[in-house]
Write a protein that binds this ligand. Structure first.
Ligand code: AMP
Length: 132
């Protein structure tokens, strides 16, 4: 059983900040900024890609509400809302979760770096990806 299932089941403690019938939100134990929060569905899904759509939409509604509240309460200047899907994307806990990371300055502990990759044919990719 993954660590977030254990938290949901009450087998291990957490710093709970919000709960409803579908989801639980708690402070990340390795915070990269003040208020860094993890929101998880109570039901087990490996990651965002395999999450039931209704549950996913519920989680994202809660995330928006909490993120807005956190920014106001903590006087943050903004926030990152992040989910990592699968190991290649940096996921370490195999239970769908969304990070809310309030931001105060570029010296907070969160880094998202966009490094442009040369040689990608955008026309070809657009044709592959266009949804009719
Ligand atoms: P990710 O890399 O997106 O899978 O993020 C997993 C996050 O879960 C990390 O930021 C961890 O610090 C956090 N984490 C792991 N175990 C716990 C725990 N017991 N309570 C709270 N947060 C946790």
């Amino acid at each position: 059983m993954d660590v977030f299932c254990k938290i949901v089941n009450g087998d291990i403690p957490c710093y709970k900040v919000y709960e409803d019938e579908v989801c639980l939100a708690f402070l990340d134990v390795n915070p990269v900024s003040k208020g860094h929060t993890i929101v998880v569905p109570k039901q087990h899904f490996e990651e965002a890609l395999d999450c039931d759509m209704e549950v996913y939409l519920h989680i994202m509604k809660v995330v928006k509400t909490l993120a807005t509240t956190w920014v106001n309460k903590l006087d943050a200047k903004g926030c990152n809302i992040v989910t990592n899907a699968k190991e290649v994307a940096g996921q370490t806990v195999p239970h769908f979760h969304v990070h809310i990371i309030p931001r105060y300055s570029d010296e907070d502990g969160y880094r998202a770096e966009y490094v442009k990759q040369e040689g990608l044919d955008l026309v070809e990719i657009m044709h592959v990806l266009t949804v009719e």
